[in-house]
Design a protein. Structure first.
Lengths: 112, 114
């Protein structure tokens, strides 16, 4: 089977940098995705890493280490609007490759 | 246009009612998904349609019946639901099933079963 682990909650101050980690266990691996979801809202795709290294998109960056089965989402210059839940996700490596498996989510609280 | 629309936004139904949730996308995506999400939990996959054919049914009870009339539309027919079915129902789409890592979600239908 597959599983993803991420911290349940992270708190940070406005303007700071925060890193949300995700470790995964899969029998096969295609890549790691990140989604943001505000309370009452829909998940929004943030990034995807298929290869090792850092991908930067504005204030958000995502990192992957396939050898360590580990990735993280880095949020810089935190803003109040970044308070949300963040999910890492992998594609099912079994028979249902169209299936995205989500981690349990990390709730980020940004304080003034 | 990167928008997925869902109707209705809110739905309250009794356990004997029949209702339908609707989802539409005009991005030319060929994979569409239904998810169920409970509070403070990740989305839980229910069904996947690829090129208008049902590809995945995650052992969902038969009181949930999906339908894909064409490549832009996805319906979820509801009948004889239970109170534990109350949740946020999300529709999503991706370019195709092999691009499942990048999905676009609709705003969801908040369903309450009384």
């Amino acid at each position: 089977g597959q599983s993803l682990e991420q911290p349940s909650e992270v708190t940070a101050v406005e303007g700071a940098i925060v890193q949300i980690n995700c470790t995964y266990q899969t029998s096969g691996f295609y890549g790691l995705s990140w989604y943001q979801q505000h309370d009452g809202g829909a998940p929004t795709f943030l990034s995807y890493n298929a290869l090792d290294g850092l991908e930067e998109t504005g204030r958000f960056s995502s990192f992957l280490s396939r050898s360590d089965s580990y990735g993280y989402l880095l949020l810089q210059e935190l803003q109040m609007k970044d308070s949300a839940s963040y999910f890492c996700a992998v594609r099912d490596s079994g028979g249902s490759s169209y299936k995205l498996i989500f981690g349990s989510g990390t709730r980020l609280l940004v304080r003034p | 246009d990167t928008e997925v629309t869902q109707t209705p936004k809110h739905l309250v139904m009794g356990m004997t009612n029949k209702k339908s949730l609707k989802c539409e996308q005009h991005m030319g995506h060929r994979a569409m998904y239904w998810y169920k999400q409970k509070a403070k939990k990740p989305p839980e996959l229910m069904f996947v349609y690829s090129y208008e054919k049902l590809s995945i049914n995650e052992s969902v009870p038969s009181r949930f019946s999906p339908e894909c009339p064409n490549s832009s539309l996805l319906n979820l027919h509801l009948h004889a639901l239970q109170p534990e079915d109350s949740a946020l129902y999300l529709c999503a789409s991706s370019q195709d099933g092999t691009n499942a890592w990048e999905q676009y979600f609709g705003p969801g239908t908040r369903l309450t079963v009384t």
